[in-house]
Ligand binder design. Structure first.
Ligand code: PRP
Length: 183
């Protein structure tokens, strides 16, 4: 049993629940992509932990790449404008892409990327996110592979940060209000 960080109000999903979900999503992807070139694209930094857990549960060859995007900067409110800070290495024409995220919030990032990658010649672009926070959605996006739906709380852990802290926690937890209200 992992000990709760003192800044975390409540553990929402444990390490065991998350790892079980990763296996389940890995099985579904293995089943859904029997042939063709599959490229898994992690949206950093948040998706890093999930992405590298996930590819070890997909029982077929995959390529990986990552993008670094930002619409939040240091703020906790999305600016709505997505900026590419690091783009893909590969020519993606002829590839089926699965975008991997830690969380879909307003949907700005995923809506932007689906359009952008399709215009660069991807055969298909699907979305895989460990968390879905539908209460905050501005752009409609379909999450093809979703881990857990969450309420409109400040969630940290398993890749999700507050001011670059707490990503390393192996569970998802709700951050105490006093931590982010004091800044
Ligand atoms: C977070 C998260 C997603 C995005 C989701 O990234 O990892 O990429 O916000 O929000 P949206 O649905 O409102 O677009 P952030 O920009 O905070 O950077 P990070 O991955 O480095 O934490």
């Amino acid at each position: 049993m992992t000990e709760k960080n003192k800044d975390v109000e409540k553990i929402l999903f444990t390490e065991e629940q998350i790892q079980e979900k990763v296996k389940e999503i890995g099985r579904r992807i293995t089943e859904d992509y029997k042939d063709g070139n599959l490229l898994i694209v992690g949206i950093m930094k948040g998706a890093g932990i999930f992405m590298y857990d996930l590819i070890r549960q997909i029982r077929r060859p995959v390529r990986t790449d990552y993008m670094v995007l930002s619409s939040y900067g240091k703020s906790s409110v999305s600016s709505g404008t997505v900026t590419i800070k690091r783009n893909l290495d590969y020519d993606i024409s002829g590839y089926h892409i699965i975008l991997v995220e830690d969380i879909v919030d307003t949907g700005n990032t995923m809506a932007f990327l689906k359009e952008y990658l399709s215009s660069r010649g991807a055969l298909s672009v699907k979305i895989c996110s460990m968390l879905d926070k539908p209460a905050r959605r501005i752009k409609p996006v379909v999450i093809d592979y979703c881990g857990f739906e969450v309420e409109d709380e400040f969630i940290v852990g398993y890749g999700c940060d507050y001011a670059e802290q707490y990503r390393y926690l192996p569970y998802f937890g709700i951050l105490k209000k006093e931590i982010y209200l004091k800044d």
